[in-house]
Every structure is written in C-alpha cells, then in structure tokens.
Design a protein around this ligand. Structure first.
Ligand SMILES: [Zn+2]
Length: 454
C-alpha cells in the first residue's frame, strides 16, 4: 500500500490591537492614517477564508487579543475560526511579545491566558501544540510550556541543531529540558514555507508541481510541514483566498497529497536535538537582536531600539512589583484568570481598584508587543506600545495609586525622551506619544489629566 503524502499548511493569523478600551483613550487611533487595519484584513482575508471553509483544512494559530478584536468588530469570521477548530487550531500566548524577553511570571501569565482563551472556545479542551510569537524560543520558555501540558511547539528549521550540526529542516525532534521533561519541536520545511509566502500564486497546480512536489521529494519521511502568515492569502496576495481553496481542495488531492493538522505530525522515534537559544523565524542575527538591538535585518539605523525596548521592560517590571503587592502571592493566577476582562476594562466607573491594578499590568504587557521593534522605525506599530504604556499608568491612578503612578509616569516619559526618533533626529518617542494624544477633542482634556502639560 502506498503511504499517503501528508502536507501540513500552518498559518499564523495575527494583528496587534490598535485601540484601547479605557474610556479616556478610546478615540485615539494608533494608526497614523486612522485606518482600522483589523477590520480591513478581516474583510480581505479572514472572512473569505472562513466562507470557503479553509480553516477546516489547515492548521492555524490566532491569539486572544485578535479574537477580542474580532468580537469588537462583530465579525462573522469569529464563529468559523473557533467552531470545529479543536484539532486545527494550535495554542499561542494571549498577546504577541517575544516570550524569551519576558520574566518567568510574565511568560506564565501570557501563555496561561492564551490557554484559558483556547479552552473557553473549545469546551475546556487543551491544545497539544503551541505557536510561539515570531517562533521566538529559549529553554526557559519551552520548560514553561510543559507546565501548561503543551507537548510540542512549531519553529523554523534553523532554530534546531541536529546531532550532526545541521539545521532540522522539516524534521521534528525531541528536546530534553532541565525540568526533567521533554518537548517536541516541529520545524517547518524551509523551501515550501518560503514558497507559501513569496512564490507566485496564480495557479495552484503549477505551485504544487514547481514547489510542493520538489520540496516533498527532498525531505525524509512522508510529511511536508509549512508555515506562513495567514494574511498572505487575500491581503498581501490579492485573490490568495481563491488560490488556497484551489490548492487545498483540488490541486493537492489531485497529486496524491493529504492536508493534515499539527496533531497528525508523526512524532514517533524522534531524534534528540538542541535548541538554538534565543532564536526566531524572522531574525537570523542571534540573541533575538531584531527586537531590542542593532541587527542587519532592518536598515542601517536601529539605534532607537535598545532604549525603546528598555523603556517598556522597565515599565512592566515596575508594574509587576505593584501587582505583586496589591494582588497578593497568587497574582500570576489572578492575571491568567482575568487577563481578558483586564484587557477590556473601560476604566474607573466600571472597575474596582484591584481590577484596575490587574488591567494596569495587562496593558503594560500589551506594551511589550513585538511589532513595535520589528521594523526600522516605530512610527506605525510602535505607537501602539506607546499608548498601552500610558494607559497602564492611568489604570494605576484609577486604582488610587497616585504616587506610584506618578513616579512611573515620570520615569516612562523620561525614558521615552531618550528614544531618538529615527525619522526626525531632533525628536523623540515622547513627541510621538504627545502627537498621538493631541488628536481631536482629546486634546482638551488630556494634557492636564495625564501630567503632560509640562
Ligand atoms: Zn536580525
């Protein structure tokens, strides 16, 4: 009997949150052109894919924050994404930070909150496979995944070293962890995944013959594993939704391929291998430099990134200390259990002081969203973090913690003033935040409330 030719197509479905729920800041657009990109991408990509039944044929991850945004938009995609997706959806963190850059309790909070959201949508079922944001990974994060019963995570081939030193291209491996447990890494196939992202998508049959079949013939075993951004299909590539439908329903089956989900990846007799510490799929420079330092991935001037990164790291550390005091020793579990309501907290009239403290910490963690430092300047995605950082401090003040709130705010502003704007060297990230706040009617009430008038 001929073995089936299994093919996994994983899509990372992700958009950052671009507005906040706090009533004082609700009208602020973090997009410079005031466009609601989540609504646009939902129309161009998620909805057409959902209508075509694509989410039942692929593997995908979608985090809690995007699900909450789709709820806000009352999107028809939401139901199709979360229904019948128990096996197709893999777990991920509730938000999109670089996990190795977080403290251990922060890792637990965002991974735990993501799991809680998954279980809410799937009758308590736990996913076995995890998608790390940017596939960024280190041993500590892998060990914490096992605390939440994850059995495997997906990653890029160059993040895993086989015993002979080669990257694990399309080869699932077992990683032994210092906590005595082990976890499976599922590296995708390099050429097939690159093709999903960038190869011509005008004809699904040509795509299979020119790209999928040669990639499949190149790999050991009978499974080809691919991963790319979900927004490729319909947003980045016009008509990519039609391509995907033709690929999955017609072209692949006609050539003997069977689409599988991540739980069907063969994990018997895996070789043991080593994780490349602090690695990710979109930076090859080592030590996750793209998100906090200089690296060759984004333009010649990345001098702003280090100060920007440390501003938000310091803010979260400050708020974590307060949360630990105010929420008690079990604050990590409180954060996991109430992360979603904390994210949606509209402010004082509907919030107890404890809830406001919890929201402050949630907002600070959202301020660690990785997109800000992904690009060569912080002018689009970086504005999101600037706003969430400020709202975090506002929630502390709402909780009646005026002195620590004012202290953190002064520190936050001073740190932002040290982040040189790479587009206008005489300006700083503090100016960027002020410009964003002076939008529309907000300018009348904001400066005094926020101590920005100075
Ligand atoms: Zn890099």
């Amino acid at each position: 009997m001929a073995l089936s030719k299994d093919i996994l197509l994983h899509t990372h479905i992700y958009q950052p949150p671009r507005t906040v729920s706090h009533h004082l800041f609700k009208d602020i657009h973090t997009d410079p052109e005031h466009r609601d990109w989540t609504a646009i991408i939902d129309r161009e990509c998620y909805q057409p894919l959902a209508e075509k039944g694509i989410f039942e044929l692929i593997s995908f991850d979608i985090n809690g924050v995007l699900l909450a945004e789709l709820e806000r938009l009352n999107s028809p995609s939401l139901k199709k994404l979360t229904q019948n997706s128990r096996d197709n959806m893999v777990g991920t963190s509730y938000i999109h930070p670089i996990l190795p850059d977080l403290s251990d309790s922060e890792k637990r909070i965002v991974i735990g909150a993501g799991l809680k959201r998954f279980q809410k949508d799937h009758h308590g079922h736990k996913p076995s496979v995890f998608w790390p944001p940017e596939t960024a990974m280190d041993t500590k994060t892998a060990a914490i995944l096992t605390e939440f019963d994850y059995k495997a995570f997906m990653c890029a081939p160059w993040q895993i070293k086989l015993p002979d030193g080669r990257p694990a291209d399309n080869i699932p491996v077992r990683l032994n962890l210092p906590n005595g447990k082990s976890i499976i890494a599922i590296p995708f196939d390099r050429s097939y995944s690159a093709g999903l992202g960038f190869h011509d998508k005008s004809n699904a049959y040509t795509f299979v013959d020119h790209l999928v079949t040669p990639s499949f013939n190149d790999v050991p075993g009978q499974q080809l594993i691919g991963a790319t951004d979900g927004e490729t299909f319909g947003h980045h590539w016009k008509f990519g939704d039609h391509f995907l439908e033709s690929l999955l329903k017609h072209a692949l089956p006609s050539r003997g391929f069977r689409p599988i989900h991540s739980g069907q990846v063969d994990i018997t007799d895996l070789p043991e291998a080593q994780l490349v510490e602090r690695s990710a799929w979109s930076c090859h420079c080592g030590d996750l430099k793209r998100w906090s330092n200089h690296c060759a991935c984004t333009g010649p001037d990345n001098s702003w990134k280090s100060n920007y990164y440390h501003t938000f790291k310091q803010l979260t550390a400050g708020i974590e200390k307060i949360a630990r005091q105010e929420l008690g020793g079990n604050y990590v579990n409180s954060m996991i259990n109430h992360f979603e309501t904390g994210f949606q907290n509209p402010g004082p009239s509907r919030s107890t002081p404890k809830e406001s403290v919890l929201s402050a910490y949630v907002m600070a963690l959202v301020g660690r969203t990785s997109c800000a430092t992904f690009f060569d300047n912080p002018h689009t995605s970086g504005l999101i973090n600037l706003l969430f950082g400020l709202v975090a401090i506002q929630h502390l003040k709402d909780a009646g913690l005026n002195r620590p709130g004012a202290k953190l705010e002064a520190e936050y502003m001073a740190n932002l003033n040290r982040v040189t704007d790479p587009k206008h060297h005489q300006k700083t990230a503090k100016h960027m935040l002020e410009n964003m706040l002076h939008q529309r009617h907000f300018s009348q009430l904001a400066p005094a409330t926020l101590g920005l008038a100075r």
